[in-house]
Design a binder for this molecule. Structure first.
Ligand code: NAP
Length: 410
């Protein structure tokens, strides 16, 4: 059921599908530090793209939500219940960076949001935009979309300090019951990985590949050493694909044995790589990879490494997605020293907004954003981070960069 409201309508989610009205209510958290600056530029760009693409027939009704320091000042809570309730109702939200409160038991507001809404897939597309300074000879060869598991593995939060009662009790259990060699006084952490958690992440990666014309999904794991966690992640992926996508997915082995190494168009190839080898592969043969599905920690490292290959985190977009709720976000932090200076690059949040438009099926607007950003970078009037590395680059402010992107939309 679509609930009418004065400014817009709520997005609904039925039978696994989002229903997007022409005037959806979308939550927006500006965030801390540089958040308000980059959000203001991003909003301007996204609104202009939607206006241009649909000539006023579609419009996002932003609802401003608070979290982080602004929320704490206003409500005494870093993640107020009202914000969580609003996101639950709106289903799609976009956010700037949030600073991690010091002390007080919250590990990270971002991790808290992911756990609260069970946003199990962290999605990071990484591709090169021409003109962005970068360390590679052929940066354009890398064009991957990373699906990183968000809720299990070492981010499950199951760890206890050295000498704590919990670590000692767990250590005693491991030594006595499982004859494990654990030194007394050790800090201990647990790395849980479930069939359900692994399969839904790999399923999301395969569905993305199918829906976006990608040809390969690579599971990245360290199963040669961690056989029962990361090794199982990979095996569960193969089992799930065989059961659920028998007509769409073939394995790398089948590519050789059944198809003589010739990719059959329309099929997705599912393969796997050991994590350490994958870091080499992505540097040496990046064009051979496409969609990556990874457990939590591998994906954490790989996402930033890939972003560096195409010019850094300043313009790397991301989203955290569950079943029925998706939050799009800048992948960098709050860069507090630049807060309020109207200086930093809004590209990461702008491209996260482009991801959001695509996710909503508003691809025409998404494409306008991406093309205009590319054109602006080629025009060399860019924020300080790009200008300082770009021959002939002219530094402009965050808001001016946003305005130039809007002007570049044709
Ligand atoms: P950071 O905020 O990402 O900033 C580190 C450096 O990255 C900045 O000093 C700046 O480099 C560069 N940078 C970041 N964003 C930029 C942008 N939009 N444009 C241009 N350059 C940019 O990392 P941090 O200082 O480690 O973390 C600060 C706070 O952010 C912490 O509280 C952390 O917990 C939080 N954090 C939040 C998120 C999130 O909400 N998703 C993610 C990471 C960190 P230069 O100094 O070289 O100019």
């Amino acid at each position: 059921m679509t609930t009418k409201n004065l400014q817009g309508e709520f997005i609904t989610f039925t039978d696994g599908e989002y229903n997007i009205p022409d005037n959806p209510i979308v939550g927006a958290i500006a965030g801390d530090g540089i958040g308000p600056d980059i959000w203001s530029a991003t909003k301007m760009v996204l609104d202009a793209a939607v206006e241009k693409a649909y000539a006023g027939k579609r419009k996002i009704c932003w609802q401003s939500l608070v979290a982080g320091e602004a929320a704490f000042a206003e409500t005494g809570a870093y993640l107020p219940e009202t914000t969580l309730e609003a996101i639950k109702k709106q289903r799609i939200a976009i956010k700037g960076p949030l600073s991690t409160p010091t002390g007080g038991g919250i590990r990270s507001l971002n991790v808290a949001l992911r756990h609260h809404f069970d946003l199990y897939a962290c999605i990071r597309p990484v591709r090169y935009y021409e003109g962005v300074p970068n360390p590679m000879k052929r940066p354009g060869d890398l064009d991957v979309v990373i699906f990183r598991e968000n809720t299990e593995d070492v981010y499950a939060g199951l760890e206890w300090p050295a000498g704590s009662d919990e670590a000692e009790a767990l250590g005693d259990y491991l030594r006595e019951k499982l004859q494990a060699k654990v030194r007394p006084g050790s800090a201990l952490g647990i790395k849980p990985m479930s069939p359900e958690g692994s399969k839904r992440l790999i399923r999301a990666a395969i569905e993305y590949a199918i829906n976006n014309g990608r040809r390969m999904v690579t599971m990245v794991h360290k199963g040669n050493i961690m056989k029962f966690t990361e090794g199982a992640f990979c095996q569960w992926g193969y089992d799930m694909a065989k059961a659920e996508f028998p007509d769409q997915v073939i394995t790398e082995d089948e590519l050789v044995t059944k198809y003589q190494g010739e990719w059959p168009p329309g099929k997705i190839i599912l393969n796997d790589r050991i994590a350490d080898a994958m870091f080499q592969q992505l540097l040496l043969r990046p064009s051979e990879y496409d969609v990556l599905a990874t457990p939590n920690l591998n994906g954490d490292y790989l996402s930033d490494a890939c972003a560096a290959q195409v010019g850094g985190l300043g313009i790397a977009p991301g989203a955290n997605v569950g079943d029925g709720i998706a939050i799009f976000e800048a992948t960098h932090g709050t860069a507090p020293k630049y807060a309020g200076l109207d200086k930093v690059n809004p590209g990461s949040l702008i491209l996260s907004g482009k991801m959001m438009l695509d996710f909503m099926g508003w691809n025409e607007a998404g494409e306008l954003v991406e093309k205009a950003l590319q054109k602006t970078i080629l025009g060399r009037q860019v924020t300080y981070d790009l200008a300082r590395q770009m021959e002939g680059g002219e530094e402009v402010s965050c808001s001016t960069f946003g305005k130039l992107i809007v002007e570049a939309m044709v």
